[in-house]
Design a protein around this ligand. Structure first.
Ligand code: IFM
Length: 474
């Protein structure tokens, strides 16, 4: 009999977010969100799509929960649509929005599936753009009001909360590069937005404690940064990039404040101090509040030194790996060992903090074949490779408590529209029909056996790479 390092109560699950799956944008008193406006801009969404229907999960949520239950998953990470609960950004919460999520939480619990609730998965109410969205400090109080309303209604039955999803992506794509809502391109606004997202985390935790005993954390998308060569310049580039992407968010949440080296990089890039953004007492209002760290892991960044310039605020660039590397259909490098090493690093650098992987997954375009099934063998290999990486980290003593695969469903992949398919479950976007992919069935076996069942699938491989979407992020 083989032993498994996964504890019996390990939270095996899958993840989604409201805007990516729900549709039904104009029902039950929902207000407009920044993504509604962004998607209306010509050229903003590849293929010209929008999220008016998406996976139709606002209406088909029971079907989604049945699928989770049939697969034997123990946790479902989903998000509340902020603008369903606070249609005007501030003021009285919309009870009909809360009713909807209460029904979902209760149905999950009835099936023995732990709800893991995200509060901000990017769909800020449009009304808050009157105060510059996350770039304005008013966002912090508005977010805390929303968190308080969600916790007052659901706090007695949600044991795990995620306040913010991927602060760096909000900052980078939403406010620095303008590729996501609200489409702003301004470096100062970007660093302010990232800071307010973190302050919002702290304020939300404080606003929720009196109404929930659930554990509260934020989800960071972490990208290990590796030097492209042995040169000291590339080593410095990797360290700098690590400050920009990872430590700028990890350290204030878990180590008492922003890292000095990255603060200097920001000051050089902005040509002045950050004192107008980061005020006295702010770092204390972010730190020492998280009950766990949630992390989203997809790949790494291979970094080289570079000259700064108009489109490059920092002296480094992503160059990617040379030679043979496994990649997803989108060209993203598949590096499960980097996940293991990241977990070990987090355990070393932030000891005692429980870790949860709240996203990990890959774009593979497999669709139904003549037998009506989706034989996405590459996703199964990808999943097994990352489960093996988690097993190694657990065996080395890392306090990893769960894993929710991204995503339960093929869905609206933001600016990339519906082309990229991340789901364990195939969605026919014309009919709304769901087809459980082979990878989901294999995942069910992993969950049943509490680790990796024997398989003859062989190593992770992938077909020809397309474009490395992360390479463009500088
Ligand atoms: O779909 C997104 C999700 O909303 C946030 N993390 C990355 C996923 C894949 O790009």
């Amino acid at each position: 009999m083989t032993t498994t390092p996964f504890p019996a109560d390990f939270l095996w699950g899958a993840a989604t977010s409201a805007y990516q799956i729900e549709g039904s944008l104009d029902v039950d008193g929902r207000g407009r969100s920044i993504w509604d406006s962004f998607a209306e801009q010509p050229g903003a969404i590849e293929g010209g799509g929008d999220a008016r229907i998406a996976c139709d999960s606002y209406r088909r949520w029971q079907e989604d929960i049945e699928i989770l239950a049939d697969l034997g998953l123990r946790a479902y990470r989903f998000s509340l649509a902020w603008s369903r609960i606070m249609p005007d950004g501030r003021g009285r919460p919309n009870e009909r929005g809360l009713d909807h999520y209460e029904r979902i939480v209760d149905a999950l619990r009835e099936k023995g599936i732990e709800p893991i609730v995200t509060l901000n998965h990017w769909d800020m109410p449009e009304a808050l753009m009157a105060h510059r969205g996350w770039a304005g400090r008013e966002s912090v109080g508005a977010f805390a009001e929303y968190a308080a309303a969600a916790s007052a209604r659901l706090g007695d039955r949600v044991d795990r909360w995620i306040t913010q999803n991927e602060p760096w992506i909000i900052q980078l794509l939403g406010y620095q590069l303008g590729l996501h809502a609200p489409g702003i391109r301004d470096l100062h606004a970007a660093v302010a937005a990232g800071h307010h997202v973190l302050l919002g985390h702290g304020a939300a935790v404080d606003a929720m404690r009196s109404t929930t005993k659930g554990r509260i954390g934020a989800a960071l998308n972490l990208l290990p940064c590796v030097p492209a060569s042995d040169s000291p310049e590339d080593a410095a580039a990797a360290h700098g990039s690590d400050g920009y992407v990872n430590r700028w968010f990890l350290d204030p949440l878990l180590a008492g404040g922003y890292p000095d080296d990255m603060q200097e990089h920001w000051e050089r890039a902005l040509g002045g101090s950050l004192d107008d953004i980061i005020r006295e007492g702010d770092e204390a209002a972010i730190g020492e509040r998280s009950d766990f760290l949630a992390l989203n892991f997809y790949t790494h960044r291979v970094m080289a030194a570079a000259e700064t310039g108009p489109d490059r605020p920092f002296p480094w660039q992503v160059v990617g790996s040379t030679g043979e590397v496994d990649r997803t259909d989108e060209g993203t490098e598949i590096v499960p060992n980097a996940l293991r090493d990241l977990l070990l690093r987090l355990h070393r650098d932030y000891p005692g903090v429980p870790l949860m992987i709240t996203e990990n997954g890959a774009i593979y375009g497999d669709s139904p074949t003549h037998d009506g099934r989706v034989h996405d063998v590459r996703r199964t290999r990808y999943l097994r490779a990352h489960v093996a990486a988690m097993a190694e980290a657990l065996a080395a003593g890392v306090p990893l408590v769960g894993y929710t695969h991204w995503s339960l469903l093929d869905n609206f992949e933001w600016a990339l529209g519906y082309r990229p398919r991340f789901g364990l479950v195939y969605v026919d976007f014309r009919s709304g029909e769901r087809i459980v992919k082979d990878s989901a069935l294999h995942y069910a076996q992993i969950v049943r056996s509490g680790g990796l069942p024997a398989s003859d699938l062989g190593p992770v491989t992938a077909e020809a790479p397309l474009v490395d979407s992360l390479g463009a992020f500088g």
